[in-house]
Design a protein around this ligand. Structure first.
Ligand code: GLY
Length: 343
């Protein structure tokens, strides 16, 4: 069972944890931006930032680093960084000498609310995202908001889409509270840490019931069938968008589909749409892109037999996985999305 620690006194939490774990050596894995947060005298392996470096070559660099520092199966890894570090560092640690204990300390909102928790590790292969990997949970995750003051607002928005997703899967009051957020205001750390605590718990509960994604964990895919297609298309067209922006647009589209197919309340579609319109602008797609988007959805890793399947909602907190939607449904929902976003 993964232990989760929510605190903004990260240094104390790490020291306590490391002192409580029987091990012979600690090695930190960071990226170029987060290396400065590791202690000056630490053994550090620094990897390059960016999804295009999430490769087997980078994994081998981490294994080489672990060898160089003299790590054994009895050593401890601390992954300090965003999703790239916790995914790839987790995989490297889980496979080195058949597996070492590792702790995740996410430094981005997206990492804290999603990547660092739940045990998915891996790297991209043959142009496919997270194609190779393993379910290998960090023994402990230390979640804080202390690194967020220096995060670009675009990064905060990207992670926040996953926070909204978790509320949509669980709790309408929390959903409404989240829609009051103002990205221009300074971060209220206590409040955001509480939002994170609630959000991560939603994921933890689902993962506990279905750790290897045989069924219910697919609920966490809400917003992602459409979102992944939008993200891939933007990438293909040389105009990449942040993951969470694509998820935000995907959440609205799948809320519209939920309304069309399962009578999800239109009021909540509009509340969500208004928030996304206000904060996630520059939707770079037109109706000319629909066919390519539909083809991408049919080839989604999680689709079955070329059908387009989504997680949909009958209401906030009441999800249905494996819902098949037709190309006409998707096209209608994308039209309504573009209307809501005013593009
Ligand atoms: N990111 C969704 C999951 O971990 O299942």
């Amino acid at each position: 069972m993964q232990s989760l620690i929510f605190t903004n006194d990260v240094t104390t939490a790490i020291n306590r944890l490391v002192n409580s774990i029987d091990h012979n050596l600690t090695v930190w894995i960071t990226d170029v931006n987060t290396a400065r947060y590791a202690p000056a005298d630490a053994h550090i392996i620094t990897i390059d930032d960016g999804d295009e470096r999430k490769t087997l070559e980078t994994v081998t660099r981490v294994w080489d680093g672990l060898e160089r520092h003299g790590a054994t199966r009895h050593s401890l890894v601390i992954n300090l960084g965003g999703g790239m570090v916790t995914d790839l560092g987790g995989f490297a640690a889980a496979t080195f000498k058949r597996g070492m204990r590792f702790i995740n300390v996410p430094t981005t909102l997206l990492g804290a609310v999603d990547a660092a928790v739940g045990g998915k590790t891996g790297f991209n292969y043959n142009g496919l995202k997270n194609e190779i990997g393993a379910f290998a949970p960090a023994s402990d995750v230390i979640i804080s908001t202390r690194y967020f003051d220096t995060l670009p607002v675009q990064e905060m928005k990207s992670g926040y889409a996953e926070v909204i997703k978790h509320a949509m899967l669980s709790d309408r009051k929390e959903f409404l509270r989240l829609l009051e957020h103002d990205f221009n205001a300074p971060i209220d750390h206590d409040n955001l840490l509480e939002r994170l605590r609630r959000s991560v718990q939603v994921k933890v509960d689902i993962v506990a019931r279905d750790p290897n994604e045989q069924g219910e964990r697919k609920a966490l895919n809400l917003g992602h069938t459409i979102g992944h297609a939008l993200e891939s298309l933007a990438m293909r067209h040389g105009k990449p968008v942040p993951h969470g922006y694509a998820v935000a647009w995907g959440l609205v589209t799948e809320a519209i589909l939920s309304h069309l197919i399962l009578k999800f309340p239109s009021e909540d579609v509009h509340l969500l749409g208004t928030f996304i319109r206000g904060n996630y602008r520059n939707f770079p797609f037109t109706c000319d892109d629909y066919n390519e988007l539909l083809a991408l959805m049919r080839h989604d890793k999680k689709s079955r037999d070329g059908e387009i399947t989504c997680t949909l909602l009958t209401a906030i907190g009441d999800y249905r996985i494996h819902q098949t939607v037709t190309p006409d449904d998707v096209t209608a929902a994308l039209d309504i999305l573009r209307d809501i976003l005013g593009v």
